[in-house]
Design a binder for this molecule. Structure first.
Ligand SMILES: C[S@@+](CC[C@H](N)C(=O)[O-])C[C@H]1O[C@@H](n2cnc3c(N)ncnc32)[C@H](O)[C@@H]1O
Length: 203
């Protein structure tokens, strides 16, 4: 798959979001994830799915993790590679088809939103097949207060869907993951919608 919207937007994205975290809870959610990956102590790389310009991949690396970023937008990866030459970035989407090495954990911040909800279970099944038992997975999405199916919204760059936390829980459970915790924020500041960070582990 390709992401022409993000290719065109990459320059502006890098300028607009020099800090990957728009609020302290986002930084802390990633910090807890990193700590849980250390505790799980599984061999392999932590994959940052839809890593964009790579700034969260680099944060995980600073937190002592062996990381690999992947993204289907060559434009976004160009900035990632320029800013973080010590990191490995792969031109791949959430199916992780091109990543052959063992994977210890997965982070997907605001990237699964760009996959049609009908295709998300296939992605999560692919992750479950690649991860060891207990492996942590942290997913962040724009969220919704309306239970049920994910809702398409007018994202500025690409088609996108926001997820009720219980729906995210449901599909994760169906694909072999157990929820550990979720952090739900209310709209505010630059955020038009609630957001959810949900951490689960491979059953
Ligand atoms: C809002 S940006 C988030 C970037 C990064 N995760 C962060 O937290 O800063 C969304 C990213 O998801 C990527 N993306 C879009 N569709 C994807 C897919 N099917 N699989 C993986 N990543 C995808 C886009 O190219 C873009 O870089």
């Amino acid at each position: 798959m390709t992401q022409p919207g993000y290719d065109a937007f990459a320059d502006e994205y890098a300028q607009r979001f020099p800090d990957p975290y728009q609020a302290p809870f986002e930084r802390h959610a990633v910090a807890i994830f990193a700590e849980q990956v250390h505790q799980a102590n599984a061999p392999g790389v932590v994959v940052d799915v839809g890593c964009g310009i790579g700034h969260v991949t680099a944060d995980l690396y600073r937190r002592g993790l062996r990381t690999l970023g992947c993204d289907p937008s060559p434009g976004m990866l160009h900035f990632a590679r320029e800013a973080h030459p010590e990191q490995t970035f792969v031109d791949d989407d959430a199916t992780l088809t091109l990543i052959t090495e063992p994977i210890s954990a997965i982070l997907a911040r605001f990237s699964l939103i760009h996959i049609d909800p009908a295709g998300v279970e296939a992605v999560l099944h692919a992750w479950a097949a690649r991860l060891p038992r207990e492996a942590p997975v942290l997913i962040a999405t724009q969220s919704s207060d309306e239970p049920g199916s994910a809702l398409e919204f007018d994202h500025a760059v690409a088609p996108a869907w926001r997820w009720h936390p219980d729906e995210l829980h449901r599909v994760l459970d169906a694909c072999g993951f157990v929820e550990n915790w979720r952090l739900v924020s209310r709209p505010g500041g630059i955020h038009r919608f609630p957001s959810v960070h949900l951490l689960a582990h491979r059953r």
